[in-house]
Design a protein around this ligand. Structure first.
Ligand code: F3S
Length: 427
């Protein structure tokens, strides 16, 4: 592969052993991908602080330098980790100390993570602690090359922002953070960013948050790891609807990039979405397909007795927190049901200041930051049945925690939290 003089110097140790190990990893990774060169990047979203038993052992053996070398650089060498070379943020991780007594989550993990935050903060990692870095200030520009993890964030960056990233891993983002480089393949290249599948919405209008999630779930099933293009009867979506749509498409499939002509930035028209070439035959998303998505997302639900309501996947916007507070105002949760809404910590601060958190807590609910039940494998003790407005959580949490799931609207979820019963149905 082609390496610039700067990259050769990094490989040969001119910037220290840790950077050399990072460059070695990127060269091996590029070779496996047949990438011919590296891209310059200045935006990494990865994970360093997430606690795990392996990480705890490595830290006990050789501190955080050792943990970063093994986990984030795939190296057994004794390395001293320098400051990050480019702006780098921590995505979602475990729960923080304000979860103690609320979330059944090991206190040892909370302490390990706090230690990690101090180490990585000193090394220039911005602890955003959310799967939605684009909601809290990390907004790459159109065309900007990045190295991001987290499928729901990657699809948002590529499709809504027009930035360029593949779905990276812990080691590749670790190496990228010390070098400002990532293999230039896949979504980084112009020729790989066009539509591959056409989905035409007919016989109904997709305009609610729930409908955007179900359409995303359908699109992922149709496109797999390719690039769906959505046409037909859809409203102009907002940030939360695109967040839900993308997370769902990355869940039922492995979609990292989609286009909605006239709405997403790289597709002013349907023709542009397909680079002016032949368009594939459209797959219809009509009332029957909508009904099928609803039934699939509810197929794990059987008992109407709901123990737990989970909102905020991907992490909630402040407006979603406000809407939840408005629905809960003056109400009280059922004694047998808990409600958690997951949010970026920076937005929880806004919700606190705006009075939304107080209203939710007065009703018996919680606004929690940094993590989520799927990420940390933690739900209220004894949960057997949960309800959510997130297609992604309805898909994953039953498998992760062995519980039943109901998928519905925010209003239905809040009603379930207040009554303890699921009364959702597709309108
Ligand atoms: Fe975020 Fe957890 Fe959903 S990390 S995208 S809230 S599964």
């Amino acid at each position: 592969m082609f390496l610039t003089e700067e990259e050769k110097r990094m490989r040969d140790g001119a910037e220290g052993d840790a950077v050399a190990a990072a460059m070695d990893l990127l060269i091996r990774y590029s070779s496996a991908l047949d990438a011919e060169r590296l891209c310059d990047i200045r935006n990494v979203a990865g994970t360093m602080t997430q606690p795990s038993p392996v990480k705890a052992r490595l830290v006990a053996e050789g501190g955080w330098d050792k943990a970063f070398a093994v986990i984030n650089l795939d190296s057994d060498l004794d390395l001293t980790i320098p400051p990050m070379a480019v702006p780098t943020c921590q995505l979602q991780h475990g729960f923080g100390d304000d979860s103690i007594g609320v979330v059944p989550y090991p206190e040892a993990n909370v302490l390990l993570q706090a230690d990690a935050e101090a180490f990585y903060g000193r090394h220039g990692v911005n602890i955003l602690a959310t799967c939605t870095p684009y909601q809290v200030g990390n907004l790459p520009l159109r065309g900007e090359h990045c190295a991001w993890m987290e499928s729901s964030a990657v699809i948002y960056a590529n499709s809504v922002l027009g930035a360029r990233t593949n779905c990276e891993g812990i080691a590749s983002t670790g190496a990228a953070s010390l070098t400002g480089k990532i293999p230039c393949w896949g979504n980084h290249r112009d020729e790989n960013r066009f539509g591959t599948h056409l989905i035409d919405v007919r016989g109904q209008r997709v305009e609610s948050f729930q409908d955007w999630g179900m359409l995303g779930y359908f699109a992922g099933g149709v496109a797999g790891e390719d690039h769906p293009v959505i046409t037909g009867s859809v409203s102009r979506p907002d940030l939360t609807e695109l967040k839900h749509f993308g997370a769902a498409a990355a869940t039922s499939g492995g979609v990292e990039l989609y286009h909605i002509p006239g709405i997403t930035p790289e597709a002013p028209t349907v023709a542009a979405a397909f680079n002016g070439g032949t368009q594939p035959q459209a797959v219809t998303y009509g009332p029957a397909e909508r009904q099928a998505m609803y039934e699939t997302l509810n197929e794990i639900g059987s008992s109407p007795d709901v123990d737990f309501v989970l909102l905020g996947c991907p992490h909630a916007s402040v407006d979603q927190i406000r809407q939840t507070a408005a629905l809960l105002d003056g109400k009280r949760l059922s004694p047998s049901t808990e409600l958690w809404i997951m949010a970026p910590r920076a937005l929880k601060v806004m919700a606190d200041r705006s009075g939304y958190t107080e209203v939710i807590e007065r009703a018996g609910g919680r606004v929690l930051a940094d993590s989520c039940p799927a990420m940390s494998r933690a739900a209220p003790r004894g949960t057997r049945v949960f309800a959510t407005d997130s297609a992604k959580q309805a898909h994953y949490l039953p498998a992760i925690l062995g519980i039943e799931a109901w998928f519905g609207t925010l209003e239905e979820c809040v009603d379930a939290a207040v009554t303890g019963r699921w009364n959702g149905r597709l309108n």
